[in-house]
Structures are given as structure tokens and as C-alpha cells.
Design a protein around this ligand. Structure first.
Ligand code: FES
Length: 357
């Protein structure tokens, strides 16, 4: 039962922490206006790659050349422009996209023809980034992404020195602006990650990922252990309303009578604390879990048989002297001895109660 109590507490802590995160991040995401989080705060909506509408382009690579020279079978070929030059967007059967110049055919050292893969220069990438940025801040040189997993291969990042740290992601093969991001959108992503427990970067967009499954199992265990502990408490006679006023408890300190209280349902600890009013009562650390030993009282007559919690927490001498953990024994007719420390707590609460009445 001790292990079950500990399991229940640790599960409660874990689930409680995540609930706190759900609540706090959900509140923040609702309170803060979505526009504040916008990643497109400085986005200039302007296409950088567009379909060719004029046939006056200098196209030197035919579709037949593309099909013949492509290293993989293609499902789609599209003629587009990249930085004002004609290019082909090739879609492979695995949906991978390749971009080749339509105005350039390469010749290898063995005199073979080869397609010219688009790979934009630093200045062209800067030009595309500038065109997509409507702020006034200067842009830093393009950098290769350290963690390119979420962006297409060949994507570079250009950072603007503005108030929100705008980052522009440009792909050097397609010439496309993949995305704008900034410090505020990072903050939103961070809140969303905590809210949806999206702790793995490759969780995808589904909410039904491994962390929610783990949390669901932990919550189920928490509920089962809670029910099990409740049944245990009921079996021990706690929470039975019919036991109300079924016993009389006399409190003593150093042989001196302190008070008499009518026993009610529950354990001795509950009754003493209830009698002591709204204050602290006997201060414990485990709240009745049989773990801290701070609720030990001396039965001056007829001590009940020690429970396993008594045996675990109290010495053999104390057990012989009638000490028991008051959180582990239901209320009964008894004379109980309070220690000086317990008496001071009890008096403190008693006086508080008197002040209130
Ligand atoms: S309250 Fe902690 S052992 Fe009784």
C-alpha cells in the first residue's frame, strides 16, 4: 500500500504539472492576440517563383531533353521562372522536387549533355529575401541551416536586424521563400509545444502522438491507484458517516487532562485536527500517508494493534509504550497523550478557534 501511495503521488505530480502547463499555455495563447505572434509581420506578399506566361523566354532545354537526361522517372514537369530566368520544376515519383535551368544545357568532361541544377548565388538569395521583406532593417548574410529537418534541402536563413528578429528562409534551388519566422512566432511555437506536449520534433501534426499516449496511460494508472486507495480507506472505516459521535477521546499531556472530544468518522488525526479548528492541527508532512511519523500519539490505555506503518515508523520501545500513528487508526474510545510540541500546536489552533467564535 505504501508503494501504491507513492506511485499515486508521483503520478499526481506528473499529471498535475502537465495540467498546469496545459492551463497556463492555453490561457496565454487565448489572451495574447494572434496578430502579436504573427510570423509574417514583415512579409511582403510577392511571388518569387512564377509560371512562365510568355514564350519569348530563352528556352534551350526541351521537355524531351528533360525526360531523357533526368536521373529518375518524373510524374510532372512544370515550366517556371526563377529570378527572371526560365526553369523547370521536376516532380519525381516520390514527390521530391528538382529545379533545373531551362536556358542552360551543361556539357560534361566526357562530352555528354547534362541538366543544370538551379543553385542560386548569395546575391540572388539576398535579392529574393529583400523582395519578401517589407521592413527597413538591414539583412544579414545568408546562413546554412543548422537543423534543416523541417525545411527543404538547400534552404538558407537570412536574419533581419529588426525589433522582432525576422528570419527569412529561402531555398537556393527553387528560389522560393519557404517561410518567415521571428522571435514572437518562436514564442508561440514554444507555447504550442508545451500545450500539445509536442516534445519530439518529428511528432507531425497529429495530437495522438507518443507523449499524449503516455499521459493517457499515466492518467489511467492515477485513477486506478486512487480508486484502490479509496477502497482501502473505506475498508479501514474512514469516511463512514454512521460512525459519527461513536467514541470519546480524552487528551492528556504529562498526566494532565487537556480536553475531551467526541470521536467522529475518520482517523484519530482527522478528529484532533477537526477539534482544533480551522488551523494547522497536528503538523505532518505526508498528510496521513503513514510516511512522516509526525502524527504519532501515545495511547495511554488499550492501544490498538500496530499497523505495518506503525511498525515501519516507530521503534519497538515506542510501540510498547503505546505510540501509534494517529493517521492510521480510526477513532475509538481512548485516552491519548500529546507531546509538548503537539500540545503547543493544538493550543495554538484551539486559541485561534476561540478568537473566531
Ligand atoms: S500523518 Fe504522516 S505518518 Fe501520520
Amino acid at each position: 500500500m505504501i508503494r501504491l501511495q507513492q506511485l499515486h503521488k508521483w503520478l499526481g505530480l506528473l499529471i498535475g504539472l502537465q495540467l498546469l502547463l496545459w492551463l497556463s499555455t492555453g490561457l496565454l495563447l487565448n489572451i495574447i492576440p494572434p496578430a502579436w505572434f504573427s510570423a509574417d509581420l514583415h512579409l511582403q506578399t510577392q511571388p518569387t517563383s512564377e509560371h512562365v506566361t510568355s514564350l519569348n523566354q530563352d528556352i534551350r532545354v526541351s521537355i524531351n531533353d528533360v525526360v531523357r537526361l533526368s536521373s529518375k522517372p518524373l510524374s510532372e514537369i512544370e515550366l517556371i521562372t526563377i529570378v527572371d530566368r526560365p526553369a523547370y520544376q521536376l516532380t519525381q515519383l516520390d514527390r521530391q522536387k528538382i529545379f533545373i535551368w531551362a536556358d542552360t544545357m551543361l556539357t560534361t568532361h566526357t562530352n555528354q549533355q547534362a541538366l543544370s541544377i538551379v543553385s542560386l548565388s548569395e546575391s540572388q538569395i539576398q535579392q529574393i529575401a529583400h523582395a519578401s521583406y517589407r521592413g527597413d532593417a538591414p539583412l544579414e548574410p545568408a546562413k546554412i541551416l543548422n537543423n534543416p529537418t523541417t525545411m527543404p534541402k538547400g534552404t538558407l536563413v537570412i536574419t533581419a536586424r529588426d525589433e522582432v528578429g525576422t528570419r527569412i528562409f529561402v531555398n537556393r534551388h527553387s528560389g522560393n521563400v519557404i517561410a518567415h519566422q521571428n522571435d514572437r512566432s518562436d514564442y508561440q511555437q514554444w507555447l504550442l509545444m508545451l500545450h500539445f506536449m509536442d516534445y519530439n520534433s518529428d511528432n507531425g501534426v497529429s495530437f495522438n502522438h507518443v507523449w499524449t499516449q503516455i499521459m493517457a496511460v499515466l492518467s489511467l494508472l492515477f485513477a486506478i491507484s486512487g480508486i484502490r486507495l479509496l477502497l482501502h480507506q473505506l475498508r479501514k472505516g474512514h469516511f463512514w458517516p454512521l460512525r459519527k459521535n461513536s467514541a470519546t477521546v480524552n487528551l492528556y499531556h504529562a498526566g494532565q487532562f487537556i480536553a475531551q472530544l467526541n470521536g467522529r468518522s475518520g482517523v484519530m488525526l482527522d478528529n484532533i485536527n477537526r477539534y482544533a479548528g480551522q488551523g494547522k492541527g497536528l503538523i505532518t508532512q505526508c498528510g496521513g500517508g503513514g510516511q512522516c511519523g509526525l502524527c504519532a500519539l501515545q495511547y495511554l490505555t488499550n492501544p490498538p494493534a500496530p499497523s505495518k506503518h506503525d511498525i515501519a515508523k516507530l521503534s519497538a520501545r515506542k510501540l510498547t509504550q503505546g505510540y501509534r500513528l494517529s493517521c492510521q487508526h480510526i477513532v475509538s474510545n481512548a485516552d491519548l497523550g500529546l507531546s509538548s510540541h503537539q500540545l503547543s500546536q493544538w493550543y495554538e489552533n484551539d486559541s485561534k478557534m476561540n478568537k473566531q467564535t
